[in-house]
Write a protein of this length. Sequence first.
Length: 436
Amino acid sequence: MPDPQQYEDQDSGSYEAYFRDPSLATEAPLAWALQQRLEVVDAVRGLLSGAQAAARLRLWCFMELASQPQGRLLREDVNQLFHVLRPEALEMVLKRLRELGVLVWDPTAQDYHLSPLAQQVHALLAPLTKESAGDDDEMASLLAQVAGAQALGLADASQVRHLHAQLARLHDDFANAIASGSEALLRAAQPRFDRALALVERAGEALTALIRSDFEDPRLEKEARALGQGQARLLSMASQFTRALQQADRQRVTLGSTGVTSSDVRRWLQQHPAPHELLGEALAAGVRPVFVSQHDLVDVAEGEFERDRPDPLRSTGLPPPAAAAAGTMETLRMPQELEDLITKLAAWSTEPRQPDAQQRPVRDAVVGGRFAQAAYRLQLLPLLGDAQARTLQGQTGDLARAPWRAVLTPQVETVADAHVAAVSTGHLHPERDSPP
């Protein structure tokens, strides 16, 4: 297999020579876009080629010239601007800028001015002069470019695609931090996450307008829709990130009554310059275990000794069969007075009746036995003929279905009984007879 560095150093003669099929060199949209900007690529390559020190010098001088608020600069102005440089160093830089076509010397006016190509190169390299905001600096630059382009009506599919890719990378980084469950990773990612959300929310109006616009370019429409999905995924992660931080807070342990938490200990250990020195001479002597909960250990040991265990010598089979002992089953039954009343009414129904003996006085059905028994029988009489009680099962339903009706009056009559002195006046009528 050929050496990659040696293969790269070889002069292939053309960009297409690196491809398996030279016709595929410009089929990719990004490759085609770069093909249209070869002069800008060559200018940037010329500025940054060679040693790092020389490239930095050329880049600084170019950015200083591009930032001057004057359209033309005399040679004296250039010398004054770069008075800190040696004359030969300044001449070397100006010569390279003239060769690249970004700086033009006008022999008639005897002054310098920047070419249109220089304006394009300056726009490309301008983010290098901005103070870095951290790892999410690319996010801020891309958002600013896309939002500004949308405001001017110059939105480009490549810019939107780069922004979508950066949103996807941030989403994956934050998802990995949440999945790890590590408080350290979550705390480290929190500032980046908050800044990313703030940037997306600030540019939300421009992004929303871009996503909802009517596009003539199908590539731009496709990238705008993908950007909207990426923006929604990142915004929806806010609740997940908050829950992960709350879970980490719940897992934090406070050490005793000092107020020091496990997070404080972890942070102190991470910032300690020499963690290995904390061991000291701890390994010089044998480790002696210290039981901090002796009473709990004793209780557990006693419970293990005292609990019942199966005898390994005893047979584990089923016991032999045995005849079941005789027993009785007690069931709930209604009072005997109810059964007696049903029997009496049934007997009355079967007796031959005389025309003048169709009715039965209430005292014949109630009086008998103790006062409580008589009172219970009197309370049962309203059930005779009750439509709802007739649907019941058991003795209560049998009583309600008996062919008798009770008619009581407000008067009472005295009876000759040892336990009951008087009873309500009334009669029991057969069901086929209507009460008087």
